[in-house]
Design a binder for this molecule. Structure first.
Ligand SMILES: Cc1cc2nc3c(=O)[nH]c(=O)nc-3n(C[C@H](O)[C@H](O)[C@H](O)COP(=O)(O)OP(=O)(O)OC[C@H]3O[C@@H](n4cnc5c(N)ncnc54)[C@H](O)[C@@H]3O)c2cc1C
Length: 442
């Protein structure tokens, strides 16, 4: 991306942007280069678009480094996010979350859900599962509406909520957002459909190798809760027979979260329906499990074709496509990318010279590669659909791999040491140190 002194980029299209707000329009209703409210505008060192775990973590670490930070989010918090909602202790450590504070009742007496997980049940849909227990807490189930709100509220940033990014341009070496917000540096943290990622050329929503998933989280009534065989401390994960995805059931007290994600997007609803039907037949979930689930998508880190940085801007979290390839979990990469980005932002803003500033920003992609590995930006070469006739040589390899994997999934040591420890808990990688020490006042 090149620098410029005037409006260089077309306004960003925002799916779902409110017609009332308009698309790059000023109050007079015309498509604008400059909205006539500059006098009421605000200026920040860093403007972060998106207040999910990536954005709020980056905001908190940047604020703690002494930068003036704003978070712009189209939603008003608390807001829901399609997600199973499990996070590892490493995430809590990097976030510096005091668990006692997290579950302390609020002024209205409400208590956030924090379900400790000490076991997993894993297997293939339709086959006998394997149970794996731990002597310690290896994960937590949280509710994203609560978790994300908690993180955003303590971020120390100026919160501009309920306002989508409608227009983005670069002027005199600064970013101008919605015609009135100016920032020296910009962070795209708007999730999979992030408008900043789109601005940087991402083919958001088309032509990217995205994982598609559906999920429902609902509160069971006492009768349903009694019917539900899933243990609160033991989420259940079931792989699709073709191994192209998996479904889950996570119980958080009376809340039940059920979903399924696949890396081929075809017939997702039918896979979800088959999975839910099987869960009902096996009496794992109440008969009244809602039939309509919510859909979302994300990119897996190794093949995500999105850039992490361009002039004056960084992408973090799902906006950058960072989910772990085997499990699709993205909260830890979102949080860690927020921390790593904040340190590059602080280093960049300490530089007066524009070239030195860009060099400091470029340390972020380097830090990400050091942490998560280099990525190809290409989908895996082997056609993954079983039975795909055009890929006959790969077909038998795929079938053999699937057969081997089925055998392995049924083995206790594989379930523990590979599936759970490596793929889902990432125990091989220590937590990224907290950017802001626990208990530090803002
Ligand atoms: C079904 C499903 C289950 C999952 N389960 C897990 C799990 O159990 N554990 C795990 O670790 N990961 C899980 N993930 C992945 C995880 O949800 C994401 O990786 C994570 O939410 C990424 O955080 P983020 O901050 O990058 O983006 P998000 O959490 O998506 O936040 C983006 C924010 O940007 C805002 N925004 C979007 N567009 C605009 C705009 N135009 N203007 C202003 N604001 C905007 C949104 O309102 C939102 O608040 C799951 C994903 C799916 C789809």
């Amino acid at each position: 991306m090149s620098a410029g002194e005037s409006t260089l980029h077309a306004p960003v299209s925002e799916p779902g942007a409110s017609p009332a707000g308009g698309f790059g329009t000023n109050e007079a209703g015309g498509r604008s280069r400059t909205v006539g409210r500059e006098a009421q505008g605000e200026r920040f060192d860093v403007l972060i678009v998106g207040g999910g775990p990536a954005g709020s973590t980056c905001a908190r670490a940047s604020s703690a480094a002494g930068l003036s930070v704003a978070v712009l989010d189209k939603a008003v918090f608390p807001r829901d996010k399609v997600c199973a909602g499990w996070v590892t202790p490493a995430v809590m450590e990097t976030l510096g979350i005091d668990l006692d504070e997290y579950v302390r009742p609020g002024p209205d007496g409400a208590v956030r859900t924090l379900q400790p997980i000490t076991a997993f049940r894993t297997g293939l849909i339709g086959e006998t599962p394997v149970d794996t227990g731990y002597a310690e807490v290896v994960s937590y189930a949280i509710r994203r509406c609560e978790f994300d709100h908690f993180l955003l509220e303590r971020s120390g940033a100026r919160l501009l909520l309920g306002e989508p990014l409608r227009e983005l341009r670069r002027e005199a070496g600064e970013w101008v957002v919605n015609g009135r917000l100016r920032a020296r540096l910009l962070v795209g943290a708007g999730g999979h459909f992030c408008p900043v990622a789109r601005h940087l050329g991402a083919a958001v929503g088309s032509g990217e190798p995205a994982v598609a998933a559906q999920e429902i989280e609902y509160r069971m009534d006492p009768h349903e809760a009694a019917q539900c065989a899933v243990r609160e401390d033991r989420p259940e994960l079931y792989f699709c027979p073709d191994l192209k995805g998996y479904g889950w059931v996570v119980r958080k007290g009376d809340w039940l979260n059920v979903g399924l994600g696949r890396d081929d997007r075809q017939r997702l609803s039918s896979h979800v329906a088959t999975f839910c039907e099987w869960l009902r037949r096996e009496h794992r979930v109440p008969a009244g499990l809602p039939a309509r689930l919510h859909g979302h998508a994300y990119l897996l880190y190794p093949q995500a074709p999105r850039r992490l940085a361009a002039e004056g801007v960084l992408l973090i979290g799902d906006a950058a496509g960072l989910a772990y390839p085997q499990s699709g979990e993205g909260i830890r990469p979102a949080v860690e990318s927020g921390v790593l980005a904040a340190s590059a932002l602080a280093a960049a803003l300490a530089q007066a010279d524009p070239a030195a500033r860009e060099a400091a920003l470029a340390t972020y992609p380097a830090a990400m590669a050091a942490r998560f590995g280099r990525r190809s930006g290409h989908p895996p070469p082997v056609a993954a659909t079983p039975g795909a006739t055009a890929e006959a040589p790969a077909g038998w390899r795929e079938r053999l791999r699937a057969r081997l994997a089925r055998g392995l999934l049924a083995r206790g040591w594989f379930a523990r040491h590979v599936v759970i420890d490596r793929w889902f808990l990432h125990r091989q990688q220590a937590a990224l140190p907290a950017a802001v020490p626990r208990g530090r006042p803002q």
